[in-house]
Design a protein around this ligand. Structure first.
Ligand code: GLU
Length: 384
């Protein structure tokens, strides 16, 4: 029997769906998948070459638990140049992004603490919060405001138990990007109420309109913020499981303590390749973002032709979050869509109560699949 802590937490909806789609494809079923949030591009060649060379050079043993010094330094320089976050290598822990979120919850939350987060938001935040014994407090966001969180609602939700605000911009699943003014207002609320901020910025470089603003760069915010990002989405490196946390030295020490008791360190031979990803040529990354934008526009045009679906234009990430007209629960709709239309999308309810009535479509897929998949969705929705 699993622990009581784990019994209350479902498996990841996104990963479970991706496992199901892989199984169906292995059985020879013709499925078009818009389920998993991962670029369909290959990792750029220069990055793979450095990884191969590291293996050949025998760089196959443990590294220091917080990561190799060159990579910590490269991340700190990138944080300064891209995010205006003033930090040094000592403020960086190399760790898989999801593990960074999991460890941040374990390290900085106590049972009974409350965490404020946008609704809808990525499936694993609630699970990490609950596994730490804390409680998620969802702040609804809505279609008409492009799913941008309202700082006034955050301020109203604060109680003596509130410990943390969790942010994710650009957002998974809505693609919304927080404007600078919103980030500033949230920073002020965090300071006034002495709250920790956990800011997941994994989609930071996939932005089509506007700019990315790191809350840790706002005045007096660095010491209370844990900024998380990584290589998965920016460089099409999801399978490498490589990211980082940036925070004050004392917070990094606590996270590193957990790292020493969990994974010890990240995979050794991938770390020099991560240095190459961050410091090497960036053209491939820019090409991928341009291509995502083209696919976003194509998918939106095709969805706008479907009666019964509404979609807004997200400014970042690679997700669309269409609203459908029927009263059917999103989990049932998506199961039927997979069985009848052979298209996999993630039910909106997996991302929180405000996600009901929506589904998430990842357009990090080929143009051919976007066209064929949306033609199938059109027939399916019109026959509902
Ligand atoms: N973050 C991606 C998604 O939402 C990958 C799967 C996961 O880790 O949940 O699809």
């Amino acid at each position: 029997m699993a622990s009581k802590r784990l019994q209350g937490v479902p498996a990841s909806g996104t990963v479970a769906l991706s496992n199901l789609v892989s199984l169906m494809k292995m059985q020879g079923r013709d499925i078009i998948s818009f389920s998993m949030g991962e670029p369909d591009f290959d990792t750029p060649e220069n990055i793979k070459e450095v990884c191969k060379a590291s293996l050949d050079a025998g760089f196959t043993h443990y590294t220091p638990s917080p990561g190799i010094p060159e990579l910590r330094k490269a991340v700190a320089s990138k944080a300064f140049s891209d995010n205006k976050i003033h930090c040094t290598a000592k403020n960086v822990l190399i760790t898989p992004c999801k593990h960074a979120i999991f460890m941040s919850a374990l390290a900085f939350l106590d049972p009974g603490d409350e965490v404020i987060l946008p609704d809808p938001s990525w499936v694993s935040y609630e699970a990490c919060i609950r596994l730490a014994g804390a409680k998620p407090k969802y702040i609804p966001t809505n279609f008409d405001d492009n799913f941008v969180i309202d700082p006034n609602l955050i301020a109203e939700a604060i109680t003596p138990k509130t410990k943390m605000i969790l942010l994710n911009s650009p957002s998974n699943p809505t693609g919304s990007v927080m404007p600078c003014g919103t980030v500033k207002e949230i920073a002020n609320i965090a300071k006034e109420n002495n709250l920790t901020v956990l800011s997941d910025e994994i989609y930071e470089s996939i932005i089509y309109e506007g700019n990315h603003h790191s809350i840790a760069a706002m005045p007096d915010m660095f010491d209370r913020t844990i900024t998380i990002s990584g290589l998965s989405k920016t460089y099409a490196m999801t399978g490498w499981r490589l990211g980082w946390a940036i925070a004050s030295e004392d917070k990094i020490k606590e996270l590193d303590k957990l790292q020493t008791h969990s994974i010890s360190c990240c995979v050794s031979f991938t770390q020099p390749a991560a240095v190459e990803a961050i410091t090497g040529p960036q053209e491939k990354k820019d090409t991928m973002v341009r291509e995502f934008r083209r696919r976003r526009d194509l998918a939106i045009d095709l969805i706008e032709e479907i009666k019964g679906l509404d979609v807004n234009v997200p400014k970042g990430a690679f997700y669309l979050f269409p609203r459908y007209a029927s009263k059917v629960k999103s989990e049932i709709l998506c199961t039927k869509m997979l069985e009848e239309a052979r298209v996999a999308v993630t039910p909106g309810s997996a991302f929180g109560p405000s996600g009901e009535g929506f589904f998430r479509l990842s357009y990090a897929a080929s143009e051919e699949n976007i066209r064929e998949g949306l033609a199938r969705i059109k027939t399916f929705i019109q026959n509902l």
